[in-house]
Design a protein around this ligand. Structure first.
Ligand SMILES: Nc1ncnc2c1ncn2[C@@H]1O[C@H](COP(=O)(O)OP(=O)(O)OP(=O)(O)O)[C@@H](O)[C@H]1O
Length: 352
């Protein structure tokens, strides 16, 4: 079916996404090991969700799963990714899957600055993309690409005429964002969209991502290790560690009142621009690798200041705290204690 780029951008088409019990494994000399384990995450239509976590926590693997694009030696071994209008993408194969990518799901790869074809101009790659997705009006596609590049502070015509080596890292990254948006997909996945950019350009790009998201009525997933980026753009925030989601909820709430000890550690580790620079405290220890992530119990326990015996043996389930989901035995124990105190205080008040 032909596609008209950006002909009818509309709020109503923002798809909801429901990731359920998603597990992705990589084959290693020690057997298949999970990089993403039992992840449940919902992306409500029209929202921007940020996924944060240190290097190796499984963020890119999760992002690739949204397009069923995990490559060998990796594979999705369990779970589903239900996208409105597409169904479970984990079950899609071949041509169906190829069409879904680009048209329904726009994607900016991590290291987008290196993902262009060095042998073709950006414009030629744009035409190839348009043709492979059945775009009839290629002139409109080029206009749209020029417009998007222009909004990101670039001379669109010049970029389209350029080869990869003629563009700076930041320009290539913006070309990658243009490719993710130009087919007017309504689910957009951005993996580290601003890492190669200086602070000013980063702020511009984040503003444009937000603007385009709102204008077109998108559902957007932003993967980043940078809490500043999610604070800037995301409505909702999911924190990942050792392949598991440890906390998720509305961004402001999670950042202003983090519950999981890992989320707290990440926030405390950010150096402040004002006040005492020495206040930033790096998280002690290192994140686990596939080989060292514990198969049982809590994945964060080795670095956790609140570690309890139960953390050795039982994986903490995600428990709702208002609009928040938190997976931590110590947080639950604390909540019960406080709940208990509150009940006892209430009982004392009644007796008095
Ligand atoms: N092709 C692969 N083969 C084996 N292991 C892999 C492969 N790709 C990723 N992994 C492992 O899976 C885990 C998750 O990696 P992933 O790239 O998803 O994390 P990430 O949070 O995106 O990290 P980064 O920000 O560094 O990209 C890591 O331990 C990584 O080493």
């Amino acid at each position: 079916m032909p596609v008209t780029p950006s002909a009818t951008p509309g709020r109503k088409s923002a798809p909801g996404v429901r990731i359920g019990g998603l597990t992705v494994v990589y084959r290693t000399p020690a057997g298949e090991l999970p990089a993403v384990s039992g992840v449940d995450l919902e992306l409500p239509p029209g929202t921007i969700t940020g996924v944060v976590g240190e290097s190796g926590s499984g963020k890119s693997t999760l992002a690739l799963s949204l397009l069923n694009a995990v490559q060998p030696p990796g594979r999705i071994s369990a779970g589903s990714v239900e996208i409105d209008g597409l169904g479970d993408v984990v079950a899609l194969r071949g041509e169906e899957l190829r069409r879904a990518r680009g048209r329904h799901v726009g994607y900016v790869f991590q290291a987008a600055q290196n993902s262009l074809n060095p042998l073709k101009t950006v414009g030629k790659q744009l035409l190839d993309l348009g043709r492979s997705h059945g775009v009839e009006d290629l002139r409109a596609l080029v206009r749209e690409a020029r417009d998007l590049l222009g909004r990101m502070g670039l001379d669109g015509a010049r970029v389209l005429d350029s080869y990869q080596h003629e563009l700076s890292g930041g320009m290539r990254q913006r070309a990658g964002i243009m490719f993710a948006l130009v087919l007017n997909a309504h689910l957009v996945v951005l993996d580290e969209p601003t890492t190669a950019l200086d602070m000013i350009t980063q702020a511009t790009i984040l503003r444009i991502i937000r603007e385009v998201h709102e204008e077109r009525g998108l559902t957007t997933l932003v993967i980043t290790h940078d809490l500043g980026v999610v604070a800037e753009v995301a409505d909702r925030l999911a924190v990942m560690y050792g392949g598991r989601l440890v906390e998720q909820g509305p961004t402001r709430q999670v950042l202003s009142d983090p519950r999981h000890p890992y989320t707290r550690g990440l926030i405390q580790a950010i150096p402040r621009l004002v006040g005492d620079i020495g206040e930033a405290r790096a998280l002690p220890g290192r994140p686990p690798t596939l080989a060292t992530v514990p198969a049982r119990g809590c994945v964060f326990r080795e670095r956790c200041p609140l570690r309890m015996d139960v953390c050795e043996s039982e994986h903490p389930p995600a428990v709702a705290h208002g609009t928040r989901l938190v997976s931590c035995h110590a947080v639950e124990a604390g909540a019960q204690e406080h709940g208990g105190e509150a009940v006892a205080a209430g009982a004392r008040e009644e007796q008095a």
